[in-house]
Design a protein around this ligand. Sequence first.
Ligand SMILES: N[C@H](CCC[C@H](N)C(=O)O)C(=O)O
Length: 300
Amino acid sequence: MSQPARPYIRMNGAGNAFIVVQAFEEPFHPTADQVRALADPAAGLGGFDQLIGIEPSETADAFMRVWNADGSMVETCGNALRCVGWLMLEATDKEEVVIDTLGGPTTARRASSSVPGRAGSGDPEGSTTAAIHEVTVDMGAPRLDWSEVPLAEEMDTRGIELQVGPIDAPVLHTPGAVSMGNPHVVFFTDQQDDAFVRGSGSLVERHPLFPEGVNVGFADVLDRDRIRLRVWERGAGLTLACGTGACAALVASARRGLTDRRATVIVDCGELTINWDEASNHVFMTGPVEIEGTGFLPAA
Ligand SMILES: N[C@H](CCC[C@H](N)C(=O)O)C(=O)O
């Protein structure tokens, strides 16, 4: 008998696109090839940046498994933690939920009541067809030692020895390096057009300095509490938002004295509020969650 079709929820976190599969009752372990096939627009899912599985956990309310569109299974995903956090908050009716990942445990709670999304087609202003919810995730402490990012050799992660472009006039240089459970390098630049981000991001993503690859941030610090950020994501390319990337950009900026410990990170499709709390050393990320629709995965 053929397997019953598997339901999914299509969600986004500030534009970062996810297909979310509930795997509490039945395991969900797609191969890398199957993930890539599902990510292909020909699969009819509309493409995604990450595929997300929600699994049972003995130590948390759920375990979140993350696959990039290229099929790689990775440690964590900040925007998806808000989305899964919202689903678990709704399902458990708890004030906060613990979501474990390969990058460590995190905690999610509602940041405020749902706010109206875009007005429905022809509906009067304020009525909505898509509710947008604000969720705060405690992402835990940033990992700042070179060996935790990880880098291939010992360096000061506040500004590592890496440049892109001609040696005498590099277009990018001396980025910060941070792990939020997954590896990030953050360049400080106002060059953020698609071609530049794609060209240099794809170069750095697989640079030998990053043995596990790296997510490449392009941070334009606008003032002490505002950063404009674009990210070339490891295994997914240029995305509309990157939650762990926003956390890494704030931490890297604060470590260089460019911002305070709290800032609004402006991404292509919205804003994330990032607070690197001094007392706990934890990074808190607040941002939107949108449920776009549901469907069934094509047969394997
Ligand atoms: N591409 C990332 C995973 C997704 C991160 C991003 N979508 C986020 O919201 O944090 C990596 O390979 O580490």
